[in-house]
Design a binder for this molecule. Structure first.
Ligand code: KG4
Ligand code: ZN
Length: 386
């Protein structure tokens, strides 16, 4: 089965073409084409992601990404029949708010054969709704013209697949597993009894971890996105052997549940710099203490859930799982306290949003749901839950 996948939930426009050979979870996957455009440079100017700017950039970039992925994949194809006026109407209606994209897509069909694709998988949430809609309507238009089914995928489930995918297959996971999903929009501890059986046992009550990294970075006048900047600064502080003079809180460490809260930590940093000049020394100290505080909470909460639920596998995913200190701390925790637990960390390249993870999730869903997925309504859901 050849899957074309589309990811537009936040600030990455990604299209992949993945060949799946065999049945999930024993299939092997070949990434035939993978095109990704990161909008980060555009959003840096504004200091954050604005949904309508993200949407505009997705609309501008989807066709170039599609062409790039198709060229790379070198799929077989069949000559394309001219679109009927009914098909043209369908396409224009689907993309009525994206006039330029609709016209560019009509041109695309005039100049390209129909590729041998069996399924389209598209992220339908969670994420920024205007951004999600562009991807979904684009997927629907391709689906209508090529006459192939389309399945809507949960972005967070995609991150889970991203973390365990070894570039070739999904390894045999021993359940129960626990996924810690940490990104710019989410902080969730997900107990997995099997693929498709997810229970969110803990989540943030306010800011997501990545959001806290980004906001603290802004307080310290570091550029967007703040995560990598804070991480770099904290690593330098560690190398220099700096011992922070300020102690930041470890929010909800002893709350007795698996929920998180990061907005107080962000405010504590704001207080720590109040009426002070933000010197390079203060930045080193605060980034180190902030990263230590966040990591301590993440590891302790995950450790509690691992014990309570007899977890055999821990999976880290989402943009923040690129963080070196967090990765190292989880490795250390497993080595010292849970040596019978298998830890999966995503390849750094796959920590950020990508379309390969959406293709694998698409393969799983199309197979697990059989024809039923064709009947499911495909709508953007900014708050879609696992
Ligand atoms: O998963 P992702 O690419 O997009 C969302 O779905 O949100 O995550 C982006 C988030 C941003 O908040 C960014 O600052 C954070 O991940 N991030 C990091 C690191 N790299 C990216 N946070 C901490 N340390 C990093 N090295
Ligand atoms: Zn993400």
């Amino acid at each position: 089965m050849i899957i074309l996948s589309i990811e537009t939930s936040c600030d990455e426009t990604a299209i992949s073409i993945v060949a799946a050979d065999g049945d999930f979870p024993h299939a092997t996957y070949t990434v035939r084409g993978d095109a990704l455009f990161s909008q980060v440079e555009i959003h840096r100017e504004y200091g954050g992601v604005f949904p309508n700017v993200a949407k505009r950039e997705h609309a501008r970039t989807l066709i170039p990404m599609l062409e790039e992925a198709l060229t790379e994949a070198k799929l077989g194809d069949t000559p394309h029949r001219e679109l009927s006026s009914e098909q043209k109407d369908t396409l224009r209606t689907l993309l009525e708010r994206e006039h330029d994209l609709a016209e560019a897509l009509l041109k695309f069909f005039e100049t390209h054969n129909t590729p041998a694709i069996d399924l389209i998988a598209v992220t339908s949430g969670p994420g920024l709704e205007p951004a999600l809609w562009v991807g979904i309507n684009f997927a629907k238009a391709l689906s209508a013209v090529w006459d192939i089914p389309v399945v809507g995928i949960n972005h967070m489930e995609g991150h889970i697949f991203s973390s365990v995918f070894d570039g070739h297959a999904i390894p045999e996971i021993t359940f129960p597993a626990l996924s810690l999903l940490i990104s710019g929009g989410h902080t969730e501890l997900v107990l997995m009894r099997n693929w498709g059986q997810y229970e969110v046992v803990g989540q943030t009550r306010d800011d997501a971890v990545g959001e806290a990294f980004d906001k603290v970075a802004r307080t310290l006048a570091l550029p967007y996105p703040g995560g990598p900047e804070i991480s770099k600064s904290a690593e330098t502080a560690r190398e220099k052997g700096i011992v922070p003079a300020v102690t930041l809180p470890r929010p909800m460490l002893h709350s007795g549940d698996y929920d998180f809260s990061f907005s107080g930590l962000k405010t504590a940093v704001l207080y720590a710099v109040k009426d002070k000049e933000i010197t390079p020394e203060l930045t080193l100290e605060l980034t180190l203490e902030f990263e230590n505080a966040v990591t301590e909470v993440l590891v302790k909460k995950a450790a509690g859930a691992i014990e309570e639920y007899g977890v055999r596998t821990i999976i880290l995913g989402g943009g923040v799982s690129a963080n070196t200190h967090i990765r190292r701390s989880f490795e250390q925790y497993v080595k010292e306290n849970a040596s019978d637990v298998t830890l999966y960390l995503p390849e750094k390249k796959l920590t950020t949003d990508n379309a390969v993870m959406i293709a694998i999730a698409g393969h799983y869903h199309a197979q697990a749901l059989k024809p039923a997925f064709r009947e499911e309504p495909l709508v953007a859901d900014g708050n879609r839950r696992l």
